[in-house]
Design a binder for this molecule. Structure first.
Ligand SMILES: Cc1cc2nc3c(=O)[nH]c(=O)nc-3n(C[C@H](O)[C@H](O)[C@H](O)COP(=O)(O)O)c2cc1C
Length: 329
């Protein structure tokens, strides 16, 4: 009997497959379907800092009719389309998901500044979330802003959120840090119990006819696994946090690689959006079959077995590999 269970953020999960933050959690019925299909946990779509600020500015505007101050401020905060539901609706939806399912539900806050909106971490906790994922999604464009300043801001934000809640907090990161291991360690010092690698930045495209910059959401493929795979392999055993891999998980093979690198959980969005929820039992069956065939007894036994500290050639993850790859062409 193969043991597929894992532990993530102190949560005992029946397997490593977690639905990452996406529209799949918009409906209670979809989350129930995810649960029935065998998913171990669900991360909710994010509540954005901008939504909360927008809501509170609107409230101020209502309370102080006659001044244009808040109406003007509102124009600086973008509408977020169908993602733009109010914060209280978000918390209420979370409560409903918890009532309708038995699997852990992880709330998701997406923000970059420390401020009044982080009280929503507490509201998410009170609504019954089993954990909180904090998505640090910021694109630095100001040449005067140093990476050290930005990392300090993130550190403070994570520390402040962790101080406000008792549930475990995981931080979802982008890959774009000059020294990722150092920043990862600081996040753990700030209180993060998990690191989710990596955020996918959605790149805008150009419409040449309209001379317009257009948003363009392209779903991932398995090739994208390699970036988080490498970094999870490097961080495993070096930071005292659970590691979650997101970006490019489409098959059982991807899940196996992620776990061997050191991931406690493998998160999936594109595959389910593209090919449906029935991919969950298929991926879990394939995972199980591969482990039986290769005589692995458990996820725990396999976890980190191909991390940088475990492999015979640790340099394969580093610069040394670069010339080798180029010359192999
Ligand atoms: C349509 C869509 C909506 C998403 N919304 C969120 C979100 O609200 N918050 C978040 O942290 N990530 C969001 N993501 C990112 C996913 O959680 C995931 O990290 C990313 O898609 C990479 O995983 P994948 O390769 O399995 O798609 C979204 C992704 C997609 C495709």
């Amino acid at each position: 009997m193969v043991d597929l269970t894992t532990n993530y953020l102190g949560l005992a999960l029946k397997n490593t497959l977690v639905a990452s933050s996406s529209p799949l959690s918009h409906k209670v019925s979809s989350v129930q379907e995810l649960e029935e299909a065998g998913i171990a946990a669900v991360v909710m779509y994010s509540l954005f800092e901008e939504q909360i600020i927008r809501e509170s500015l609107k409230l101020h505007e209502d309370l102080s009719r006659g001044t244009n101050q808040f109406a003007e401020a509102l124009t600086y905060i973008p509408e977020i389309g169908s993602y733009s539901i109010g914060p209280d609706t978000y918390v209420e939806h979370l409560r409903k998901l918890k009532q309708a399912t038995k699997i852990p539900i992880i709330g998701s806050l997406n923000g970059v500044s420390t401020g009044g909106w982080i009280e929503y971490a507490q509201k998410i906790e009170q609504a019954g979330a089993d954990a909180l994922e904090l998505n640090l999604y910021y694109l630095a464009t100001d040449p005067d802003l140093t990476s050290a300043e930005l990392e300090d801001t993130y550190y403070t934000l994570v520390r402040d959120v962790c101080e406000q809640v008792k549930i475990p907090v995981a931080v979802k990161l982008s890959p774009f840090y000059t020294s990722l291991p150092n920043f990862a360690r600081r996040l753990v010092e700030a209180g993060a119990k998990g690191l989710v690698l990596f955020n996918r930045f959605y790149q805008p495209d150009f419409d040449l006819e309209e001379l317009d910059v257009v948003p363009n959401l392209v779903l991932s493929n398995s090739n994208e696994l390699r970036l988080p795979l490498r970094w999870i392999a490097i961080l495993y055993g070096r930071v005292q946090a659970d590691l979650a891999l997101t970006s490019g998980v489409h098959t059982a093979t991807d899940m196996l690689k992620a776990v061997m690198a050191g991931a406690s959980v493998t998160m999936v969005a594109s595959e389910l959006l593209q090919n449906g929820i029935t991919r969950i039992p298929a991926m879990l069956t394939d995972l199980h079959a591969w482990m039986v065939e290769h005589e692995y007894e458990s996820i725990t036994q396999m976890k980190g077995s191909m991390s940088q500290q475990a492999v015979a050639e640790p340099a394969a993850f580093e610069r040394a590999n670069y010339m080798k790859v180029l010359s192999s062409y």
